[in-house]
Ligand binder design. Structure first.
Ligand code: HEC
Ligand code: HEC
Length: 247
């Protein structure tokens, strides 16, 4: 199934309208008309009800059809990409902007600020060591897809400027103190009568400590997230924020 991003901010691979046109005339035109004006067996695709379909709904109706009508499901005979191309051609007939496809390799946004922020996130600032979006990145901190649907501006700024002020549940840190006094911190993962398991701060290793062999195991009220953000320049902060808001 295709996953579409519906926001105008998101990026972007535009489908080949050319291919969509050919497929449309082969399979759809007979009922919907060459210009989407509608025919006896099918309704117009350029009227308001059809224009009001969201991108995902448009793709879904072509894929799954409308039960009990002449509009059969095309998902079995056309590939996802072909359906996407046809849907894009329909948008073209409607005089509407093209569909946006969530291509995992496409940049997240066409806003230059957000693009610069994405580079910082994955590069020098190192957020991606601990955080994922679109299924890539680390797992020490929460996945950040759809971040702005759960954090408003104030909560987002607090999470960035002062990570320990409130710690996302399930992402707390444990400290293990060993006999020689060294302390290991990491994301708390598992506990049993015998042992505690934590994920190292760089996310790479899952470490098991037997309780009888360590001096102490404590919950930490300090976030594993460093306060890197607070130390960035105003410009870099703004770029990262633009990127986070586009997720
Ligand atoms: C045999 C005739 C027929 C063919 C072929 C056909 N359709 Fe349809 N289509 C219909 C009918 C009838 C409806 C109206 C269904 C309903 O009552 O909701 C419809 C509805 C739709 C809708 C929803 C429009 C709206 O306003 O909700 C879209 C989009 C659509 N068709 C696209 C396509 C595409 C793309 C193809 C080719 C791959 C295609 N159809 C092929 C008969 C057809
Ligand atoms: C060493 C790992 C680590 C690094 C590096 C890191 N974070 Fe985090 N981050 C976490 C952890 C763990 C949490 C959850 C605990 C908390 O709330 O502080 C978190 C929480 C967050 C949250 C709140 C998420 C939510 O769902 O409420 C945001 C936003 C965030 N980080 C963004 C960033 C950004 C942007 C960077 C880069 C500047 C960054 N993080 C770097 C580990 C990290």
């Amino acid at each position: 199934m295709l996953v579409l991003i519906l926001s105008g901010l998101s990026a972007v691979s535009f489908a080949g309208v050319g291919e969509g046109r050919g497929l449309y005339s082969a399979y759809c035109q007979i009922c919907h008309g060459a210009r989407g004006e509608g025919q006896t067996m099918g309704k117009p695709l350029t009227d308001n009800p059809a224009k009001r379909l969201m991108d995902q709904e448009l793709v879904d109706v072509i894929t799954d059809g409308r039960a009990g009508t002449g509009m059969v499901a095309w998902g079995g005979s056309l590939s996802d990409v072909e359906i996407f191309d046809i849907a894009s051609f329909i948008r073209n007939l409607q005089g509407m902007p093209p569909l946006l496809l969530n291509d995992p390799n496409a940049p997240i946004s066409d806003d230059p600020n957000a693009l610069a922020g994405e580079l910082l996130f994955n590069g020098s600032v190192g957020c991606a060591t601990c955080h994922s979006y679109r299924e890539k990145g680390g797992s020490v901190g929460p996945n950040l897809d759809g971040l702005t649907s759960r954090l408003d501006e104030a909560a987002l700024l607090q999470a960035l400027m002062n990570p320990s002020a409130s710690i996302v549940s399930g992402y707390g840190a444990k400290e293990v103190e060993q006999g020689d006094g060294t302390i290991i911190r990491g994301r708390y993962r598992n506990d049993s009568e015998l042992a505690v398991q934590i994920q190292s701060e760089d996310g790479r290793r899952w470490l098991t400590y037997f309780k009888e062999r360590v001096t102490a195991i404590r919950d930490s009220d300090e976030s594993l997230m460093p306060d890197t953000f607070a130390r960035l320049s105003a410009n870099e902060q703004q770029q990262l924020l633009a990127f986070l808001k586009s997720l």
